[in-house]
Design a protein around this ligand. Structure first.
Ligand SMILES: NC(=O)C1=CN([C@@H]2O[C@H](COP(=O)(O)OP(=O)(O)OC[C@H]3O[C@@H](n4cnc5c(N)ncnc54)[C@H](O)[C@@H]3O)[C@@H](O)[C@H]2O)C=CC1
Ligand SMILES: [Mg+2]
Length: 352
């Protein structure tokens, strides 16, 4: 593709242009689709659609995994026609990405109330039969999806949920209007622009040098422990949230912290998980669990955590009445954070 970047570099007496990489071309294309309604409408003609119903994605089962089927605009129009729905409903769809070949990906919820249709939710079982799949709650399906589908469906669900919850301007009370891509909504009466939001959440793995601290909320599946998590309060930096959450939940003071990685997380309604390692002073490790937030918290050795990382989620009660200790699945950033800690500990204990 003969696309050249706008920033030219001057060498001796002539201008030379650097061809744009596939990645840059793709991001520029997505940017254009968000800014230009006509370009985005055109992209729908050759794009594909992922379908949802009441925020549950349409999935098909294949060898213990879920797959997210894709539909063309033509197939979608045919489906809506068959169920007596207005094809204008497609205007509710949101842009969620594109391939390297610039095939645009959209998501559409057929079950949420729409200005173009009010009875779509009545057809759910018939639609499932027609589409040869089921609309399955994302919470149940997330860990049986491949990483690409999991990430895309999480983004799609968060965006669809945001649009559903921002149908009206909070100042004028008038209906807001989304742009074609769904990257914003505007109130026609006062031109206030609303952009999709997500909540920043810190997730911290606290260590005392040899052990790490893991906790459970009563809502977690039996036996599962995770790192400490908490929403950022308004006005806080990430560092301040980590110090406050660790103090609030387990009564310890953080000595040092180090950023690890981040992840978009679709629950409860679209969060940016910011994962960090933190340490406490070796002598100051007595946990005081805040029982309003946590069921329990404890220090775990390297070997206990390394064994638990290999264990798949299990709800089977053991003979002594307890449940096996296990950790969140690979897809969750908490798993990756804990795994990195185990690997670092293993390296530091190897003889030099
Ligand atoms: N991806 C991952 O690996 C993990 C993700 N998480 C996510 O982190 C999130 C936060 O962890 P928690 O310990 O529950 O947080 P938390 O310790 O801040 O407690 C939750 C409470 O914070 C308050 N809160 C403040 N701002 C909020 C907002 N924007 N949305 C909802 N509640 C808000 C509510 O009162 C809520 O009950 C969880 O919802 C969970 O989905 C948690 C562990 C692992
Ligand atoms: Mg918490």
């Amino acid at each position: 593709m003969f696309l050249y970047c706008g920033i030219a570099c001057r060498r001796k007496f002539f201008w030379c242009y650097r061809p744009l990489s596939t990645y840059v071309t793709k991001t520029r294309y997505l940017f254009e689709l968000k800014e230009d309604d006509d370009a985005c409408k055109k992209a729908q003609q050759t794009g594909v659609f992922y379908l949802f119903h009441g925020l549950a994605p349409l999935l098909q089962t294949s060898a213990h995994q879920y797959l997210a089927p894709r539909h063309s605009l033509l197939e979608l129009e045919r489906l809506l026609g068959k169920f007596g729905q207005d094809a204008q409903r497609i205007e509710d769809s949101v842009l969620i990405g594109c391939s390297e070949q610039q095939e645009a990906w959209f998501a559409l919820d057929l079950g949420l109330d729409s200005s173009f249709s009010i009875s779509a939710s009545l057809h759910k079982p018939e639609m499932e039969t027609e589409l040869k799949g089921s609309f399955i709650e994302l919470r149940k399906a997330l860990f049986q999806l491949n990483a690409r589908d999991a990430s895309m469906l999480s983004t799609a669900q968060a965006l669809l949920r945001w649009h559903d919850a921002h149908q009206f301007c909070s100042r004028s009370g008038q209906p807001t209007k989304k742009n074609v891509a769904g990257s914003k909504r505007v109130c026609p009466s006062n031109n206030i622009i609303y952009y999709p939001q997500m909540a920043p959440v810190v997730i911290t793995l606290v260590s005392d040098g040899t052990r790490c601290l893991l906790a459970r909320q009563s809502s977690f599946p039996k036996g599962m422990y995770s790192a400490l998590a908490g929403f950022c309060d308004i006005g806080e930096s990430v560092e301040e949230t980590i110090r406050r959450e660790v103090a609030e939940e387990v009564g310890l003071e953080v000595e040092s912290l180090q950023y690890y990685a981040s992840q978009h997380w679709p629950f409860p309604s679209g969060s940016l998980m910011i994962a960090c390692h933190a340490t406490v002073k070796p002598g100051q490790t007595e946990i005081q669990v805040n029982l309003r937030e946590l069921e329990t918290a404890a220090w775990f050795s390297h070997d206990e955590v390394a064994t638990a990382l290999k264990r798949k989620g299990s709800y089977t009660q053991q003979q002594n009445g307890t449940f096996p200790f296990w950790l969140p699945p690979k897809l969750a950033i908490s798993h990756q954070l804990i795994k990195e800690w185990v690997e670092k500990q293993t390296c530091s204990s190897l003889p030099a």
